[in-house]
Design a binder for this molecule. Structure first.
Ligand SMILES: Cc1ncc(COP(=O)(O)O)c(C=O)c1O
Length: 345
């Protein structure tokens, strides 16, 4: 009954086997390994983007902060949803790596901004000449921090609005696999076909040991990214172990199978929660993360029964919880939790 986070789960056996296999013999360091060539080819094929530049880093914060810095000058603005991971959970890494850019928080229900909430913020660009905020980029998250998803059409409408204001678009895809499974859209439809210029493509939360890819759809900025990654201390010397994880993750659709399990267990949990009187879900559940509210006292009783999740402040006088399923969540675990919830209620 462990629903604290998808990065609390271990790594998938296929990933571990690939890391072990990559340990055999010497290999060129710093990304010159043969497995990295395979990763580039896989990502270009999966994203239908034969020109894309692909780089690996070990954390999502590094992927996001370096991606944002690539497109945003120190005096620029990053427009992101007001609960975005880049704004709330990265210890100002985006501000640091951009050299001081401003993060402009765009409101929106269920973790999603809309053209109506984004447009007034974009209108602030340059409004006061040299005194005001300047062009940077738009940063979206899919799956969002509220556990909802942007469809390709929603992504396209936001990216187009940004583009009209002269801004490129970044996508934080720490849970991109879950978004692909949830929407049924292709990786290309959710990214460059919808106007996304650069993607942080997550692996860690979905069964890898620790690897994220940065996918730059226009390779013109590839060399600058390499320099930024090295300068930031994120060029891993025994890079083959990052490559091995990502290559195995993408091989034969493993990444989608793992996300499908996480999402299926998310749906099972969400349906169970929705059926219980006294429990409400704060947002529509699309993938593997959800936010539930229940009467005071329920959390302690669930924890005493062995369940693990994060308490989450949602509504006055009620207790809130964030529950996340992962690639190795099981149906019996969900059902045991729902039974414990019945007893706690
Ligand atoms: C939306 C989102 N982006 C990025 C990250 C990556 O963070 P980390 O630097 O912990 O790998 C996370 C992890 O919690 C996340 O939820």
């Amino acid at each position: 009954m462990f629903f604290a986070s998808d990065n609390s789960s271990g790594a998938a056996p296929e990933i571990l086997a690939a890391v072990l296999a990559a340990n055999d013999g010497p290999a060129p360091s710093y990304g010159a390994d043969a497995l990295m060539e395979r990763v580039v080819a896989q990502i270009r094929q999966i994203f239908e983007a034969p020109e894309a530049a692909v780089y690996l880093v070990a954390t999502g914060t590094a992927a996001n902060a370096l991606a944002l810095a690539l497109f945003c000058p120190p005096w620029g603005a990053v427009f992101c949803q007001d609960k975005a991971h880049v704004a709330e959970d990265e210890c100002n890494a985006p501000e640091f790596f951009t050299g001081g850019a401003k993060l402009v928080l765009v409101p929106g229900a269920d973790g999603k901004m809309t053209p109506a909430t984004l447009a007034p913020q974009l209108a602030r660009i340059g409004a006061g000449g040299v005194h005001s905020l300047q062009k940077g980029l738009l940063s979206l998250t899919n799956v969002t921090e509220a556990g909802t998803v942007y469809t390709p059409a929603e992504t396209a409408s936001l990216a187009a609005l940004a583009r009209a204001a002269g801004l490129p678009c970044h996508l934080d895809g720490a849970r991109f696999a879950n978004a692909v499974v949830a929407t049924g859209a292709s990786p290309a439809e959710l990214t460059w076909k919808a106007g996304v210029d650069i993607l942080s493509f997550g692996g860690t939360k979905n069964g890898c040991l620790g690897v994220e890819a940065v996918v730059i759809f226009d390779p013109a900025k590839a060399w600058e990214f390499e320099l930024r990654r090295k300068r930031a201390g994120h060029l891993v010397s025994k890079h083959r172990f990052l490559s091995a994880q990502m290559a195995a993750y993408l091989q034969d659709g493993l990444w989608l199978r793992l996300a499908a399990q996480a999402n299926a267990m998310g749906a099972r949990l969400a349906q169970g929660l929705a059926r219980r009187g006294g429990v409400t879900l704060a947002h529509p559940v699309a993938a593997n993360m959800m936010f539930a509210e229940w009467p005071a006292g329920t959390t302690a009783r669930l924890e005493a029964a062995g369940a693990r999740f994060y308490g989450w402040p949602l509504a006055e006088g009620r207790e809130g919880a964030r529950l996340v399923t992962s690639w190795n969540s099981r149906a019996d675990e969900i059902d045991a939790f729902l039974q414990a919830l019945d007893a706690a209620l």
